[in-house]
Design a protein. Structure first.
Length: 243
């Protein structure tokens, strides 16, 4: 089966979103004359982040998974205070009774299993630093987007609760270019017969990565923009630019 081209995909999404200029704004790009400029967030250098910010992003996304996001955001300053602004060394020195006490505090979201991921993911990052003498931020920054599923697999294997879409959402929160396998994107991939088995199987993920790499080569767009584009082309048509 011949899969849909970027040109066809873009055309349909533009028709649904009120035209090309509106679609480009929704994709996170600004138009200046004929030149297409990436927005500021897309130019962020992850390597400049401290590892405590990486751990904070992982933790925030873990707590958002399956929960009301606005509640997590409202309580987040208390998370930062409770867990020493996610300083890796301080996190790893916390005794078990302190973890239990902090996990029971109503100022944060009381989920002991999720709270314990902070320690486990701090350990993953610390071990990486010991083994390579580089920061985890640099590690994420340097990972090629053409194999973003490899980074997903690393986080799932070596971290805790970073599988599924949790890891990818955390990476995007940090500014790392990645597609997201939302329900709309999954529906598109199945309709195009790019995948026919389990979404998270190695076979499916390899095929998905290859398709996104193809679209990226055709367009020059980021993986983030391409997954948004796919969703805009086929999902519920709610997101629009106000006129």
């Amino acid at each position: 089966m011949t899969h849909e081209s970027f040109k066809s995909l873009f055309k349909r999404a533009a028709e649904r979103k009120g035209g090309v200029p509106a679609l480009k704004v929704l994709l996170g790009k600004k138009i200046l004359g004929k030149k297409l400029l990436d927005d500021t967030a897309a130019q962020q250098s992850i390597a400049e982040l401290s590892d405590d910010r990486i751990l904070a992003a992982f933790t925030k996304q873990i707590f958002k998974s399956g929960f009301v996001w606005r509640v997590v955001e409202k309580k987040w300053p208390d998370f930062e205070e409770h867990f020493f602004n996610f300083n890796l060394e301080k996190i790893m020195m916390m005794p078990e009774e302190m973890w239990e006490r902090k996990a029971a505090d109503p100022k944060i979201i009381r989920n002991f299993n999720k709270v314990k991921t902070i320690q486990a993911n701090a350990q993953m990052m610390f071990d990486h630093h010991i083994d390579t003498n580089t920061s985890f931020a640099q590690f994420i920054n340097d990972w090629p987007s053409t194999d973003i599923i490899g980074l997903w697999a690393y986080l799932k294997k070596h971290g805790q609760r970073l599988g599924g879409n949790t890891g990818p959402y955390a990476l995007r929160l940090l500014g790392k270019d990645t597609f997201i396998l939302s329900s709309d994107v999954e529906a598109y991939l199945r309709a195009q017969e790019i995948i026919d088995g389990g979404l998270q199987s190695k076979k499916s993920l390899t095929a998905i990565q290859a398709h996104f790499n193809k679209l990226q080569k055709e367009s020059g767009y980021s993986l983030t923009q391409l997954s948004r584009l796919i969703a805009f082309s086929c999902g519920d048509n709610y997101v629009q630019i106000e006129r």
